[in-house]
Design a protein around this ligand. Structure first.
Ligand SMILES: [Ca+2]
Ligand SMILES: [Ca+2]
Ligand SMILES: [Ca+2]
Length: 490
């Protein structure tokens, strides 16, 4: 939800609250004849006779959603100059290349067949061309026309200044427009003063049911001229986010207002920077307030703090020899929607197969102990892992454990597959010499090393950075015993 607060000369005139409104973020402007001045400033026409120009946002606007558009317009420095700036909503076949005629047509209207049609045209007209042809008044004024013609009048002229007069003072003046689709109401403000409340079904009456349309600004000069410039104002707190409680996230706000601030300050790294780091521990709605001239607006970002709870809290999973069997034990601190466990075994730490299942507690907040016996362990040792399956079928895996019981020599590889380095863990029942060989699929030995094994667990580090990607046979030969396993290099 965004709010627009309008302060004029310290007088609070009104507060407008719009639900689910989005404030225009920075536009991507495409221009016809215009000049990008830099720093969000743009020139629509030079102060030369018979010029016309347009800037269109390449992103269309959605009439089904509320929006707020903010600009600063500079109408030039000559009261006798011409002709003014228009805010135009259009779906011309020419799209972002559309341009009308110069002079009193102000770049949106055409003296012949209209170019900008269909369109809704909000003209800020600074030159009185007379009531007869152009429905003008002596005061610089707002009028609303449609379909790219100065004669298709939807709203007759309203003076921009409370007491009438000229606005070509070579200063930038805030102009903003709000749209509320549920009431089909557009409000048009000049220097934060409401000039026109325009209730009209833009989507259905203006654009034949089309909700996605282009918008932009146009301007023109005739035999009198002025430079027509605008400044693109934007202020947005960025997209709503979901984070784990306390996890830091940088807020992607953007603003080119004069001042800005955040509230509340709880969980923010700073309250007057544009992109604070937020790490709230509870759901928090942050309000991003910007002020420029008479205008104060806010946008909000909702940070929802939520983490997917783990299905089980596994305290440990172990594999150990027990006579000629392998005993697998595990314990959980808590369980959530946990249906059953699958015990899986592998000879190479690559290909696992189920060796049995155990029912789970379902939901539990107290410690649970489980065990499973592998009655027929693999010769040479094996890798074991625990698969946890939810009631909805989703599953998670424990870390892999290895064990060698019924052999005098066993090799295990961590990690596998691997990229640049892996560890061979070698189990030996005695102190002895052995040779480790690694062979590629063509039968070429790429690694060979003689090693002294101690009784128990031994480790050998393999630098595989010079190995080609592929599958390798790893063998360990100790006196009359040979064991093999596979290594995958990625
Ligand atoms: Ca004027
Ligand atoms: Ca005029
Ligand atoms: Ca006019």
């Amino acid at each position: 939800m965004n709010r627009v607060n309008k302060f004029c000369f310290l007088l609070l005139t009104s507060i407008l609250i719009l639900a689910n409104t989005y404030i225009k973020a920075q536009a991507t402007w495409s221009t016809v004849n215009g000049i990008v001045l830099g720093g969000d400033y743009y020139q629509i026409t030079k102060n030369q006779n018979h010029k016309k120009g347009a800037f269109w946002n390449v992103d269309m606007i959605d009439l089904d959603k509320p929006f707020q558009l903010y600009f600063k317009f500079n109408f030039g420095n000559s009261n006798n100059g011409a002709d003014g700036i228009a805010i135009v909503f259009q779906k011309s076949p020419s799209g972002i290349y559309a341009i009308g005629d110069d002079g009193a047509n102000m770049g949106y209207a055409s003296s012949g067949t209209p170019v900008l049609s269909p369109s809704i045209d909000l003209e800020f007209d600074t030159y009185d061309d007379g009531a007869w042809l152009y429905n003008d008044i002596p005061d610089d004024h707002l009028a609303i026309n449609w379909n790219g013609s100065t004669n298709n009048v939807l709203h007759w002229a309203s003076p921009l200044l409370p007491n009438g007069g000229n606005v070509e003072d070579n200063l930038y003046h805030i102009v903003h427009v709000t749209w509320e689709p549920t009431t089909t109401t557009m409000e048009i403000y000049y220097e934060c003063t409401l000039i026109k409340t325009f209730v009209w079904d833009l989507k259905n009456w203006g654009f034949g049911g089309d909700n996605l349309i282009y918008y932009g600004v146009t301007a023109g000069t005739g035999s009198a001229d002025n430079a027509h410039n605008f400044y693109d104002l934007y202020h947005t707190a960025g997209a709503d986010l979901t984070i784990c409680p306390g996890d830091p996230v940088t807020l992607e706000a953007s603003s080119n207002f004069t001042t800005y601030s955040w509230s509340p300050s709880v969980g923010l790294s700073c309250t007057n920077c544009i992109n604070p780091v937020a790490d709230p521990s509870i759901d928090t709605k942050y309000i991003f307030t910007g002020t420029v001239g008479c205008l104060t607006i806010t946008d909000t970002v909702d940070l929802t703090t939520y983490c997917n709870p783990l299905p089980i809290e596994l305290v440990y999973f172990s594999a150990a020899c027990s006579k000629q069997t392998v005993e697998l034990d595990w314990s959980t601190a808590s369980e959530l929607n946990n249906d059953y466990y699958v015990l899986e075994r592998s000879s190479d730490n690559l290909h696992f197969a189920s060796i049995g299942t155990v029912d789970a507690a379902g939901n539990s907040s107290s410690a649970k102990n489980y065990s499973f016996i592998d009655q027929n362990p693999l010769m040479g040792g094996a890798y074991y892992r625990l698969k946890q399956v939810d009631f909805n079928g989703s599953s998670t895996f424990s870390k892999v454990q290895s064990v060698s019981c019924n052999s005098e020599l066993g090799i295990f590889i961590y990690p596998n597959p691997s990229e640049t380095e892996t560890i061979l863990q070698i189990q030996s029942s005695e102190k002895t010499n052995a040779v480790c060989e690694i062979m590629n699929v063509s039968g070429n030995v790429v690694f060979k090393k003689e090693i002294q094994l101690l009784q128990g667990s031994n480790e050998l580090q393999i630098d595989e950075s010079h190995f080609a990607k592929g599958i390798y046979d790893v063998s360990l030969v100790s006196r009359n015993k040979v064991v093999h396993t596979l290594l995958v290099v990625q």
